[in-house]
Design a protein around this ligand. Structure first.
Ligand code: KG4
Ligand code: ZN
Length: 360
C-alpha cells in the first residue's frame, strides 16, 4: 500500500509518500515548508500567521512530493492507494488547511482517507526505515513510549499497535515548553529547545577546558524520587530565575564570561530535565516489563536524552528505539507511518479537524 500523507498541525506544512516493507515504513518522498523563522521574530508561534502560511505552502509541498515520486520511482497519483492526514491535536487554523486539502484530494481522486492522530504519529516515526533503527529491527510490543513535544509529555504503555494506555506524564508544562521558556530566559534568539541543548553541549566542552567552578550550579530534579510516573516542569523556570540571584551563583560564576555562564545554566537545565525523563521512563519499564522503549516527539532530538535513555534501556535488557533526528520534530513522514501501520479509515465527508484530540 502506498500512502500520501499531509501534516499541518502547527507551523510546518509537510507532505510525504510512503509504503510498507516488511512491517516497516519506507519513505519515497518527503517535503516540508516551515514558518518557524517568521514566528521567531515574535518570540512564539502566532496561530493566524501559521494558518496563512499553511495556505500558501500546502499545494506546492504536495506537488513537490508528487513530482519526487514521479522522477525517482515513476509513480503517479494512480499509484497512491490512500491519503492520510493529521486531524489533531494542533492549532485549528493550521489543521483545517491540511484536513480540507486531504478531503478534497480524496474526493477528487476517489481514494480512501485515513485520519491520523498527530501525537500517535510521533511514536510511529520509530517504524520508519532510517539510519538509527536500521540494526534494531521493528520495535517489539508491548512497549513503553516516552512522548516529549512542545505540548505533550506522556508515558504510554503500548500493548499492541492500537491498544495504548496512558500511564504517566506531566501535570503542568510539557518538556518542550519548559525548554522553550528556558531558551527565552537565557536570551537565545528564538524560543527553541535545540538552542539550549546546543549551548549545554558547549558547556561540557568549557568544563573540560577549565571552568570547573561552574559545575556548582545545581537545579532541582522535580518529583524525581516520589515513586510516581507523574512529572512537573513548570517550577524549573522559577528555579532558573532564583538560582541567578543566589549567593552560590555569584561564587560559581566568578571569573567566567557571560557565554560560559549561559552555557553552564543550559547544561544544568538540560541535565535536570533529562534526569527526570530517564528516571520516570525506566520506572515505567520496571513496572510494565515491556520489550521495547520508544522515544518520540520534538524533544526526542535531544542528544543527551537519546544517549542516556539508550544506555539505561540497554542496561535493563530492553530494546531502545528513537527516530532519526529529522523524524523527531513535526514531519509528514510520521503521519504516513501511522496511516500505514494503523489505518483508521474515515468517510471524507465525516472528517473533522480535532484541535484537542487526545493521544491514543
Ligand atoms: O514535536 P514537535 O516538533 O512539535 C510539537 O508537536 O509540539 O516539538 C517541538 C518541541 C519544541 O518545544 C522544541 O523546543 C523542542 O521540541 N525541541 C528540543 C530539541 N529540539 C526540539 N528540546 C530539547 N532539545 C532539543 N534538541
Ligand atoms: Zn508534534
Amino acid at each position: 500500500m502506498i500512502v500520501l500523507a499531509i501534516e499541518s498541525t502547527c507551523d510546518e506544512t509537510g507532505a510525504a509518500v510512503a509504503r510498507l516493507v516488511d512491517g516497516r515504513v519506507e519513505i519515497l518522498a518527503e517535503v516540508k515548508a516551515s514558518s518557524a523563522e517568521i514566528h521567531a521574530k515574535y518570540g512564539g508561534i502566532i496561530p493566524e500567521i501559521a494558518a496563512r502560511e499553511q495556505v500558501a505552502s500546502i499545494i506546492p509541498v504536495i506537488e513537490t512530493a508528487m513530482k519526487t515520486i514521479a522522477d525517482s520511482h515513476q509513480l503517479t497519483a494512480d499509484n497512491v492507494d490512500a491519503l492520510a492526514v493529521a486531524v489533531g491535536p494542533g492549532l485549528i487554523g493550521s489543521l483545517l488547511i491540511g484536513v480540507e486539502t486531504a478531503k478534497a484530494l480524496a474526493l477528487a481522486w476517489k481514494k480512501p482517507l485515513i485520519a491520523v492522530n498527530h501525537m500517535a504519529a510521533h511514536v510511529f516515526a520509530n517504524y520508519i526505515v532510517g539510519e538509527k533503527n536500521q540494526d534494531n529491527g521493528v520495535p517489539e510490543l508491548p512497549a513503553v513510549a516516552l512522548i516529549v513535544s512542545g505540548g505533550h509529555t506522556d508515558l504510554m504503555y503500548m500493548e499492541s499497535l492500537d491498544n495504548w494506555k496512558w500511564i504517566g506524564g506531566t501535570r503542568d508544562d510539557a518538556v518542550g515548553e519548559a525548554f522553550d521558556k528556558a531558551a527565552r530566559m537565557l536570551g537565545f534568539p528564538s524560543p527553541n529547545g535545540a538552542l539550549v541543548a546546543k549551548a549545554a553541549q558547549m558547556a561540557v566542552q568549557n568544563l573540560e577546558s577549565g571552568s570547573r567552578k561552574l559545575e556548582m550550579i545545581r537545579l532541582p530534579r522535580p518529583m524525581i524520587n516520589d515513586g510516581s510516573l507523574e512529572m512537573s516542569f513548570s517550577g524549573l523556570k522559577t528555579a532558573l530565575i532564583n538560582i541567578v540571584g543566589s549567593p552560590s551563583f555569584a561564587k560559581a560564576t566568578e571569573g567566567s564570561s557571560r557565554e560560559q555562564i549561559i552555557s553552564a545554566l543550559a547544561r544544568e537545565f538540560n541535565e535536570a530535565v533529562v534526569d527526570v525523563l530517564v528516571k520516570k521512563t525506566m520506572m515505567a519499564a520496571e513496572r510494565y516489563k515491556p520489550k521495547s522503549v520508544l522515544l518520540a516527539g520534538g524533544v526526542a532530538a535531544n542528544q543527551l536524552l537519546r544517549q542516556n535513555l539508550e544506555a539505561r534501556s540497554q542496561k535493563s535488557g530492553v530494546k531502545f528505539f528513537c527516530p532519526d533526528l529529522k523524524y523527531c520534530t513535526d514531519n509528514a513522514a510520521m503521519i504516513a507511518a501511522c496511516g500505514l501501520m494503523r489505518p483508521t479509515y474515515i468517510d471524507p465527508l465525516e472528517l473533522r479537524a480535532e484541535p484537542g484530540l487526545e493521544i491514543k
